[in-house]
Design a protein around this ligand. Structure first.
Ligand SMILES: Nc1nc2c(ncn2[C@@H]2O[C@H](COP(=O)(O)OP(=O)(O)O)[C@@H](O)[C@H]2O)c(=O)[nH]1
Ligand SMILES: [Mg+2]
Length: 917
């Protein structure tokens, strides 16, 4: 045993025992002490040290401490450590800690021992931070010292201090090339303890493990990969691991199946639309290149086609060497992909995405895909010119002769089903037509007839027996648009039955159509029905026409078969012949493969049309902004016109009212003085001059009242009636003008949106008011002769004074007369006028307000329309802005759909011996 071990275990004292085994250590050491003391220069330190150990073992710690305090040789640091141990045992932890910390030594073992003691002491005292520090320091200082790393691991795990535990595992794994520590690390990773770490944390360890043990490397990489999957740092990890992979020499014969599968899963999840192109573009090329390098048989096709499709959409992103490798791999790989399934998945993702982005429900496309999935039923498209007898043929065969053979404007699919179900499928809707009459009605509709497909299902033995559906179509000799729309259904067609009219079969028009179909779908089988055979009476002619037509057809389409038919012939015989014919042309070979090609085509058209839809939407928005801006200008123009109209009408109507009033006023102003002057006639020499002023006053009032009531008011009444009628007429013209304006706007809107109707109820109020005002008047008595003007005063007093004296009567009479005749009645007239006109003036003032009321509704309508147009401009501008601020949010997913589609198209080529490039 080494000295250090003895010191550690406190059995240094045993070195003194060797000479006298069997004797008590205390005694031996005591005797040794006594002997040493006798020396000239006694060295007692060793013996004391040993004695301390013995006391320590006997738990006499105080004695031990006493001994160890007096060590003055190279054992002093150990003695200190032992002293601290003794204090520790005595429970005097604080003193123990101080002593441990005060020990100065270069001896690494002693340092480690002290550190481990301190570590336990810290744990005991609950000083966890100090414990962490000291154990980490110890691991750094002396990791190979027995148990140090294990103690650290146990401690960290116990404390759930995962960052230190992981760090320890990584460091130890690298330092020792230790598989045990790598396994520990993997456990931590699998427990999800490492996912908060930065992904580059593992690079060095992974490199080390790769050199050491590749299967373990694969497992650890997989574990780490999975741990980051839902973390924000996932892309960073992918970047990290892929740059690491580039440096690995993967030429060995190792199986990378597990990783290959992870690569695949990762690639697919990256391109499923969650991420933007910007993020993927510098990540995916490396990912694909690495995948290709490690891929084996199972994933060869997916990996190579992934590389090929990505590099096609992003040329130069992947190095030519890698592309070449992919091509080689692709040309030899066996296709083991469930392509149909994958293609459907892709289609579903596109549909979901379209729904979320409000790109329409796409029911018709979904319908087509549904038909393609149904491998049980083959779809026969019944094509031909208008009137060749397509519908008659279908109805005859299906025994649906209740259905009329009117010209067909819609595409109708007839299918066998357990009960009658008729549905109309448009892009945005699926509507059930619950009655047969609804169906007939729908068939009579011409407008937008090709914007939907009608599916007609009913129990039918012919379709059931042959597992067929018929798609009846309008004639292909209609407009270009119609033909395009009808030919869309080639996407669900397995075979074309082309119906010819015997009275002019296989003409240029038909040949053109057929060559167009052939260009669109080169491999689609086309067969012919030579219809209306009954119209050829002569059997020989019939045979000749049949043969001639057949050979004409076969020079174009060598494989085409022809069937002579007439809906006038006997049904049972025809059907049995037709059954044989259908049987001979129905091809069930490679149905899935053919349908897949169609499905791929539908997916491609869908992506294209979604891109186009987006452009259309944006264009429509731009268009709408322009249009509405224009409308704002026009509507504001109309608002101004309306203002002017109201102003002008108000002015003219008020003016004519005022004119009437002024005329009346003039009349009154003229009439009243005259009327008053006339009263002079009432004065005679017999008059009672003491009272005459009162009488005159009364009479004058009466006459004015009488004049106003019986002369003025009737005239006023009729003038106002005229005025009202004129006003109505004038307003009527205004209304006409407004009607023209609304008509103009409604033409622009394309709907009856604007109605500028004035409110003429006010005019009724005018009638009532003017009636009331002119129906009567009660003059409040005016003081004409009882006023105190000087001349009146004089006359009054003169009358009172002289009235009694008859000789003065003549004088008074004259004086009065001349006074009445010459008096200026202006003031009186004004007073009367003021009274009389008061309500008319009041009315005048309300005209302007009433006019505003009359035009209020048109004004509101126009203002609201301006508001609406402005709002439309604003919302559409916002939409455009939104669309343009993040165009990649829309474009990127579609690009990625295209990448996936391109890959499927590549896969579709694989294993078919198709030349690459
Ligand atoms: N004589 C005779 N007339 C037929 C025959 N099939 C159809 N027709 C008539 O041809 C016209 C057009 O038929 P229709 O089925 O509507 O043609 P589609 O436009 O191709 O659907 C109708 O007046 C039918 O009555 C047939 O086998 N013999
Ligand atoms: Mg028809």
């Amino acid at each position: 045993m080494t000295l250090e071990n003895q010191l550690i275990q406190k059995i240094y004292y045993e070195t003194f025992m060797e000479t006298e085994p069997g004797k008590q250590p205390i005694q031996i050491l005591g005797e040794a002490f006594m002997a040493e003391q006798k020396n000239d220069l006694p060295d007692l330190s060793y013996i004391r040290f040993a004695q301390g150990e013995v006391y320590f073992h006997y738990k006499d710690y105080e004695a031990a401490i006493f001994k160890w305090e007096n060590i003055a040789n190279e054992l002093e640091p150990w003695a200190k450590k032992n002293t601290a141990d003794a204090f520790y045992e005595l429970g005097l932890l604080s003193s123990a800690e101080d002593i441990y910390k005060a020990i100065v030594t270069d001896n690494i073992t002693l340092k480690t021992e002290v550190a481990l003691q301190l570590f336990s002491l810290y744990i005991e005292r609950g000083k966890m931070e100090s414990a962490v520090t000291i154990i980490k320091k110890t691991v750094t200082l002396n990791p190979d010292y027995p148990n140090v790393t294990n103690m650290a691991k146990a401690f960290f795990e116990d404390q759930h201090d995962w960052s230190n535990a992981v760090e320890l595992a990584v460091n130890e794994a690298i330092r020792n090339d230790s598989l045990m520590w790598f396994d520990t690390l993997k456990i931590y990773v699998d427990q999800g303890l490492t996912k908060i770490l930065s992904p580059n944390y593992f690079s060095e360890a992974l490199m080390a493990l790769y050199r050491l043990d590749q299967p373990r490397f694969q497992q650890l990489v997989s574990s780490i990969w999975n741990s980051y999957k839902n973390e924000e740092t996932y892309l960073l990890w992918l970047k990290e691991i892929n740059s690491l992979f580039i440096y690995l020499d993967l030429s060995g014969n190792d199986s990378w199946q597990e990783l290959s599968s992870i690569f695949k899963e990762t690639y697919l999840s990256l391109i499923d639309g969650k991420y933007l192109m910007k993020k993927l573009q510098d990540l995916i090329p490396n990912l694909l290149s690495n995948w290709l390098r490690i891929t084996d048989g199972e994933y060869a096709v997916v990996a190579s086609t992934a590389v090929l499709s990505w590099s096609e959409l992003f040329p130069t992103s992947i190095s030519p060497i890698v592309i070449e490798e992919a091509e080689t791999l692709f040309s030899t790989a066996k296709n083991n992909i469930e392509e149909f399934e994958e293609c459907l998945n892709l289609f579903d993702s596109i549909m979901k995405w379209a729904e979320i982005h409000e790109m329409g429900a796409n029911h018709r496309t979904k319908w087509m895909v549904e038909k393609l999935i149904n491998f049980e039923t083959q779809n026969f498209l019944i094509a031909g010119l208008n009137g060749s007898g397509k519908s008659s043929f279908v109805h005859f065969v299906l025994d649906e002769e209740t259905l009329r053979d009117a010209p067909t404007s819609s595409v109708v699919m007839y299918k066998d089903d357990e009960q009658l179900v008729i549905e109309e499928i448009t892009d945005n809707d699926v509507v059930e037509l619950s009655e047969l009459s609804d169906f007939q009605e729908r068939m009579d509709r011409r407008r937008n007839a090709l914007e939907s497909i009608i599916e007609f299902r009913r129990p039918n033995s012919f379709l059931y027996d042959h597992q067929l559906s018929f798609i009846d179509t309008p004639g292909l000799d209609g407009s270009h648009y119609e033909r395009q729309e009808i030919l869309k259904y080639l996407n669900v067609t397995d075979t074309i039955l082309f119906i010819l009219d015997t009275n002019g079969p296989f003409m240029d028009k038909e040949r053109n159509i057929l060559s167009q179909i052939n260009e669109l779908v080169p491999e689609l089988p086309i067969h012919f029905i030579l219809n209306k055979m009954d119209t050829i009476y002569n059997e020989q002619d019939a045979i000749r026409i049949f043969d001639e037509t057949k050979s004409a057809i076969n020079t174009y389409l060598p494989d085409a078969k022809i069937f002579a038919f007439s809906s006038q012939y006997d049904k049972a015989q025809q059907l049995s012949d037709l059954s044989g014919f259908i049987h001979s042309i129905k091809s069930i070979e490679n149905l899935e493969e053919k349908r897949l090609a169609k499905l791929l085509f539908i997916v491609r058209s869908t992506i294209t049309s979604l891109l186009q839809k987006r452009i259309d939407i944006e264009n429509r928005l731009i268009e709408s902004v322009k249009w509405n801006e224009d409308m704002v200008i026009k509507l504001n123009g109309a608002v101004n016109q309306l203002h002017d109209l109201e102003l002008q009408k108000t002015k003219s109507i008020t003016n004519s009212y005022r004119t009437i009033k002024e005329e009346i006023q003039r009349d009154i102003t003229e009439a009243i003085p005259k009327l008053l002057h006339d009263c002079s006639k009432l004065i005679s020499e017999d008059s009672n001059f003491s009272k005459i002023h009162v009488e005159l006053n009364n009479e004058m009032n009466r006459r004015i009242q009488d004049y106003l009531k019986n002369k003025v008011l009737p005239i006023y009444f009729s003038s106002l009636q005229d005025w009202i009628n004129q006003s109505l007429e004038e307003l009527g013209k205004g209304q006409e003008f407004l009607d023209e304006i609304s008509e103009g706007f409604n033409a622009l809107y394309g709907e009856e949106r604007i109605k500028l109707a004035c409110d003429f109820k006010t005019i009724d109020d005018w009638r009532r008011d003017t009636d009331r005002m002119t129906s009567g008047f009660q003059l409040e008595e005016v003081n004409i002769f009882l006023r105190k003007t000087p001349s009146q005063l004089l006359l009054k007093s003169a009358g009172k004074l002289f009235g009694a004296l008859s000789q003065n009567k003549g004088m008074l009479h004259n004086k009065y007369k001349s006074f009445v005749e010459n008096e200026d009645y202006t003031e009186i007239t004004e007073i009367v006028l003021k009274q009389f006109l008061q309500q008319f003036e009041f009315f005048e003032r309300s005209i302007e307000r009433d006019m505003a009321w009359i035009f209020r509704n048109p004004m509101n309508v126009l203002s609201q329309s301006v508001e609406d147009a402005r709002f439309e401009v604003q919302t559409n501008e916002e939409m455009i802005k939104k669309m343009n601020t993040n165009p990649e949010m829309f474009r990127d997913p579609l690009t990625l759909f295209e990448v996936r589609l391109r890959q499927l198209e590549w896969i579709n080529l694989s294993g078919k011996g198709t030349q690459v490039i």
